[in-house]
Design a protein around this ligand. Sequence first.
Ligand code: NAD
Ligand code: UFG
Length: 338
Amino acid sequence: MATILITGGTGYIGAHAAAELMAAGWDVVLLDNLRNSTPGVLDRLAALTGKRAPFVQADVRDAAALDQVFAAHRIEAVMHFAGLKSVGQSWQQAALYLDNNVGGTACLVAAMERASVRRLVFSSSATVYGEPDGVPIPESAPLRSTNPYGRSKLLCEDMLRELQGADSRWQVALLRYFTPVGAHPSALLGESPQGVPNNLMPYIAQVAAGLRPELQVFGQDYPTLDGTGVRDYIHVVDLAQGHVAALRYVQQSGKGITVNLGTGQGISVLQMVRAFEAASGRPVALRFVDRRPGDVAACYAATDLAHSALGWRAQLPLSAMCADAWRWQQALAADRAE
Ligand code: NAD
Ligand code: UFG
């Protein structure tokens, strides 16, 4: 089988996608500038898959480095995860987000064009729906952005739509992720947030582990079942398998696709806290505080297209998301103790 280039390959979702692609028989090459990940992921991926993936430490904005990768390997398609993803940081560093995420994607597609590799799977986000008019959100819903990070994803989507419209040889899968959580069940791969976690699940895991005193719940007056924000949490292993399904779809159909990857199920913050307490056997203290600016009340996916076109559905329940995140949290603590 030909080789898949994975940008952002040592990151949280990229490493899980690498594991699933390797398990399905693909060869992969990982590229990452290690801004938000460490090379230790390569050892753990090798332990998991029994095979060491070639790694290139480079920035996707480095055209010469990309040309070298395409010259050295027979790349059939690219999965493009490399990007910055913190909504809060994007307000302080909007220019960086545009340069890294939009500039990086432009540089990558230019290198792909030079190498005549025109098959791309792109990490988009449910953030492109902004404050949705209703839930579940279909792919046809209006697109809007509520922060510079979201704007960067929307600009990338626009660029890639333009490219496909102008040249039908391009096959682009725009995958709109809902809220990825959890870790590999082996506890070899997972997310290691730097500093204070921005996202709910890693924060809860740290409270359960006794590393933080309490969870701050952002808002208790949303028009939802219990007043707290509702999201469509998807296990990162399901999400990674969605990428394999999307790659097969573009290969077999010769067409691009824009598709949600979520479970279709809305879970509130309080439901998540209870599920994590059950999975970990630990209490999670919490305190209600003001809403987080820019947050929407409820966001969950319409999943019909993913099922009908890709033949893919998320399989893993909330209990598995929590159990695997807890196992990963304990593995991190054991690593630190060594
Ligand atoms: P991550 O930070 O764990 O992984 C991204 C990787 O990209 C990191 O290893 C980082 O070092 C690398 N990187 C960043 N900029 C780079 C550059 N210019 N050149 C080379 N490498 C670079 O994040 P993740 O959660 O794995 O997210 C992967 C992608 O999915 C991102 O594009 C993100 O915006 C998107 N996404 C993530 C979520 C989420 O909640 N995790 C939701 C929707 C979409
Ligand atoms: N929340 C808290 N306390 C916290 C953290 C989060 O109450 O300490 C709440 C939020 O208000 C929200 C829910 O938990 O209601 C989930 O928040 P996350 O930050 O975990 O996830 P989001 O759905 O807001 O955002 C994530 C990514 C975005 C991405 C989006 C959709 O962080 O980058 O999923 O893919 F755009």
